[in-house]
Write a protein that binds this ligand. Structure first.
Ligand SMILES: *Cc1c(COP(=O)(O)O)cnc(C)c1O
Length: 395
């Protein structure tokens, strides 16, 4: 039996998988079992920001694995402290809580927002407003925060105290606030929902509104953080700072790690025992995270900005000969190509056959989230393949 048949027999059926088994990666390239090469513009869904098997990440993992793999948060470990320091020194934040995934980072943010607000204002302060088309994860709390019924269906009852408003609609947000509201949570650039950017003016007004009403502002930068948009964190494009920010995906170069960053004031809402994670801040993941931060700040973010602008302008040019392309959205190397078709699966399959991996965001958007280390040549190659696919489809 091949691995795909075995997978169908033994692995629970929760993913729609493409029929290839990937065995090796190097930089922006991955290889399947048959030795076919693909240019990887999925990057593990915005995870492998330094590309596959980046030498500094590999070296950091090897070294830490030989020194210590796990020790529990009953004790301090050096990579965890070092990564927290790097995150704090390069963001609005003062304190970091580590966990293992984006969903868990958002659970932590929901819990901290409630704990802090109840302590400060009373038991009635627990409501959280999130955005329609948002994505915050699959655990019950983060799933409730996710403003898409398609992910929630069948799992009710959900968590109490959540409301959803249209993204970039200031009046709708203002109207949704009531005496229970304690926080507003949003992705500065929505990822899974279709690559929608927050308007700068909207985000600035939301910040002012939160200050006036005593609400916490939570930014989910699980996908748009870690250099993805051409700045270390997406909020840095906007001149607006959150009170809490969540990170995961790319933070540890492909190892599981999540983080919640908060100001000292808000972080004071948690005292020892209020929240915890057995593996959170694991030494190997954090050692990889330290290597990632050093590479990102050492020039990779600048490359993401430059190559991202080039890729976006080439995609916009492509629109002239292929009117099926309605719009190209996003910043840096977090780009969404809005297509005038209900489903982009045929485009994704066509690109895969020609050696380019891309994915969807929503149903009608082709998403490109390549490693941040790609060259302009890589970007050109991807655009050329996409062009061939659209031409062959006659769209
Ligand atoms: C992927 C994602 C999550 C969930 O992360 P997991 O690690 O899969 O739990 C949360 N928020 C955003 C914005 C994401 O893109």
């Amino acid at each position: 039996m091949g691995y795909i048949e075995m997978g169908k027999q033994y692995v629970m059926n929760t993913y729609n998988r493409y029929p290839i088994t990937l065995v090796k990666g190097k930089g922006a390239l991955v290889y399947d079992e048959q030795g076919n090469e693909y240019l990887d513009f999925v990057a593990g869904i915005a995870v492998n920001n330094l590309g596959h098997c980046h030498p500094s990440v590999v070296a950091a993992i090897k070294k830490q694995a030989e020194d210590m793999i796990h020790c529990s948060n009953l004790y301090w470990n050096m990579p965890q402290v070092e990564l927290a320091r790097l995150l704090v020194e390069n963001s609005f934040g003062d304190k970091v809580f580590f966990c293992n995934s984006g969903a868990e980072a958002n659970e932590a943010a929901i819990k901290l927002a409630r704990k802090y607000s109840k302590k400060k204002y009373g038991e009635h302060k627990y409501g959280i407003i999130t955005m329609q088309q948002s994505f915050h994860g699959r655990t019950l709390g983060s799933l409730t925060a996710t403003g898409q019924t398609k992910y929630q269906a069948g799992f009710e009852p959900l968590i109490e105290g959540f409301k959803y408003v249209p993204f970039n609609d200031y009046e709708a947000l203002k109207d949704a606030i009531d005496e229970n509201t304690c926080a507003v949570m949003l992705e500065p650039i929505q990822g899974e929902g279709g690559i929608y950017e927050a308007d700068p003016d909207y985000l600035q007004k939301v910040r002012r509104l939160c200050d006036e009403k005593g609400l916490l502002l939570i930014f989910d930068e699980v996908q748009c953080g870690m250099g993805r948009t051409g700045k270390l964190f997406a909020y840095q494009h906007y001149g607006v700072q959150p009170d809490i920010m969540t990170l995961a995906k790319a933070i540890a170069g492909g190892l599981p790690l999540g983080a919640m960053v908060a100001t000292d004031e808000v972080a004071s809402g948690f005292k020892p025992g209020d929240h915890a994670s057995t593996f959170g801040g694991n030494p190997v993941s954090c050692a990889a995270g330290v290597a990632v931060m050093k590479e990102l700040l050492g020039g990779v973010i600048d490359n993401a900005r430059e190559v991202g602008e080039h890729l976006k302008s080439r995609l916009l040019q492509l629109r002239e000969s292929h009117p099926v392309i309605v719009d190209v959205r996003g910043k840096g190397l977090m780009l969404g190509i809005q297509m005038a078709m209900p489903d982009v699966t045929a485009i994704i399959n066509g690109a895969m056959e020609k050696g380019l991996l891309v994915l969807s965001a929503g149903h009608s958007v082709v998403r490109m989230v390549p490693p941040l280390v790609i060259t302009k040549d890589d970007a050109n190659k991807a655009v050329d393949i996409l062009e061939q696919v659209l031409t062959e489809m006659g769209v």
